[in-house]
Design a protein around this ligand. Structure first.
Ligand code: URA
Ligand code: SF4
Length: 224
């Protein structure tokens, strides 16, 4: 393998050299399929790029693909996607009208000690920032009226590491401007990640879900 074709140390983590300069979502998707901008591509099955139309009025940003998404190549097709689809419906956002993507495009996991189960690991700030050029390019091309940040990773990608979902959720925030895309137009609403609903214990699950729906309604209202 040629020297320099793999990131050698953390400072080099950056998707920028892989992002095509022109073209639409198709060109981006093709470029992302070969991204080696950070080490996460090595263990994952494939890049899971965003899905939806460039004309979408709302972009939903998750964390990273999960096990099912990694196998199928499409974001939010696993259990968290089920929660998200139901919550979007209740909030009055048609999932087909949304562009759905993740802050990080490869699945990060560790192998369970026994068995074949792959256990989700949260992406590091370095990986989030390495992958951000893809998200910025998607936002530049889709130029949505509203961005929904689903959980802390999406919030940190868009606002920086000091972002706290618990403090900033459920209100319309001005969209920050991003290097290389996302021109700072439009609004952003943050909420919890749908998988937080799945992880909540029985006593808290209904309230967690209701909170997700209520935050998504704030986004829905901005689209009216
Ligand atoms: N969780 C995410 O953040 N994104 C997905 O695509 C699936 C689960
Ligand atoms: Fe590239 Fe992002 Fe995958 Fe890292 S996670 S290899 S930056 S697409």
């Amino acid at each position: 393998m040629a020297q320099g074709s793999r990131p050698k140390d953390a400072e080099e983590y950056d998707a920028t050299p892989y992002v095509p300069e022109g073209g639409g979502l198709k060109a981006l998707r093709e470029g992302a399929a070969g991204c080696h901008g950070c080490p996460l591509y090595r263990e994952a099955t494939q890049t899971v790029f965003g899905s939806g139309k460039a004309s979408a009025r709302v972009v939903l940003v998750g964390e990273q693909p999960g096990d099912q998404e990694d196998r199928q190549g499409t974001p939010f097709v696993g259990p968290a996607g089920g929660v998200l689809t139901r919550a979007l419906g209740e909030a009055g956002i048609e999932p087909a009208q949304a562009y759905i993507t993740n802050a990080v495009k490869h699945f990060k996991f560790e192998q369970a000690l026994r068995g074949k189960r792959r256990i989700h690991k949260a992406p590091s700030l370095r990986e989030i920032s390495a992958c951000k050029p893809w998200l910025a390019a998607e936002l530049r091309l889709v130029a949505p009226e509203v961005v929904v940040a689903l959980g802390a990773t999406a919030g940190k990608s868009l606002f920086g590491s000091s972002f706290r979902v618990s403090e900033q959720r459920g209100v319309a925030l001005p969209m920050p401007s991003l290097d290389g895309g996302g021109d700072g137009h439009g609004m952003l609403v943050a909420t919890i990640h749908p998988s937080a609903v799945l992880r909540a214990d029985d006593a808290e699950r209904a309230a967690a879900y209701a909170g997700l729906v209520s935050d998504l309604k704030v986004a829905a209202q901005l689209l009216q």
